[in-house]
Design a protein around this ligand. Structure first.
Ligand code: PAF
Length: 275
């Protein structure tokens, strides 16, 4: 497995691969089984899988955890090697952002100023900026994104459509821990009690799933019942939306997502349910 730490090395490596089909898994490191499932999916479909490990500064707000974000490069590279990754691209932020005042991208306000974007101003601008740079450098045939970050996934799909990018976005199902908590690099911050309380999130989603399976489609009713599960967390939002991230009054199967974000102690947790 190649470890490419600068853009010039990546360009040489990529040019050598020519027209081979490349699968790309963008990450910020601190890899867990959720990332492993994205890599495994790519390994089944693509000749070459490239993983990027880059804690992208432009998607963090001034008061967010950029410096504290877990950095576990050695462990991550062992996992990538084990999974058959062809190359890791792990650039320095100064290499990725060479100028002070770079061109940026604005996602549609209706998709980006709601939910995560309402609480993290500019977050999705930063995500799009780095993902577009990575796509340009790696030129993948397919790129793999977790459904856990539903808003991110939908906004990236929108960028691909709007900018006519030649890359297939492959959504990957959320991976859960033994206790049903969605895997996240931030779960390591939870103490025992916070972790126990955090399970109210998958409980709320399970309840909605059960009610929908019973035929209930009214969003208000589903949300009201699910909110009763969230007793020991600070709820940021719990809502049911369509793929344009607009609130829906009725669930339409195959077209609706339940979004939830809540804080257990100081840790913000995201989860969702694609109905
Ligand atoms: O989901 C993430 O880990 C990041 O937002 C991404 C897509 C790697 C961009 O920095």
């Amino acid at each position: 497995m190649k470890i490419l730490k600068c853009i010039e090395d990546l360009i040489v490596y990529r040019n050598d691969l020519g027209s081979q089909e490349i699968g790309f898994v963008p990450t910020m490191g601190a890899l867990h089984n959720g990332h492993a499932s994205l890599i495994e999916k790519s390994r089944k479909q693509d000749n070459h899988t490239i993983v990027s490990i880059f804690v992208n500064p432009t998607q963090f707000g001034a008061n967010e955890d950029l410096d504290k974000y877990p950095r576990t490069f050695e462990k991550d590279s062992i996992l990538c090697e084990k999974l058959g990754v062809a190359a890791i691209f792990a650039p320095d932020p100064r290499d990725m952002y060479r100028k002070k005042d770079e061109i940026t991208l604005n996602p549609p306000k209706s998709m980006a100023n709601v939910y995560e974007g309402a609480l993290r101003a500019g977050h999705f601008n930063g995500v799009l900026q780095v993902v577009l740079k990575l796509f340009s450098l790696i030129r993948p045939k397919r790129a793999y994104f977790g459904q856990k970050d539903a808003q991110q996934l939908l906004i990236i799909k929108r960028m691909v459509e709007d900018l006519f990018l030649d890359v297939e976005i492959v959504p990957c199902a959320t991976k859960r821990d033994f206790d049903s908590l969605a895997l996240s690099s931030r779960n390591i911050y939870l103490n025992q009690m916070e972790r126990k309380n955090a399970l109210q999130i998958p409980m709320a989603l399970d309840l909605i799933k059960k009610m929908v399976d019973e035929g209930i489609r009214d969003s208000n009713r589903l949300i009201l019942e699910a909110k009763k599960c969230i007793r020991d967390l600070e709820l940021d939002y719990l809502d049911i939306v369509d793929y344009d991230l607009q609130r829906v009054s009725e669930v339409i199967l195959g077209k609706s997502i339940v979004l939830i974000a809540a804080r257990s102690g100081k840790t913000r947790l995201l989860d969702n349910l694609w109905l």
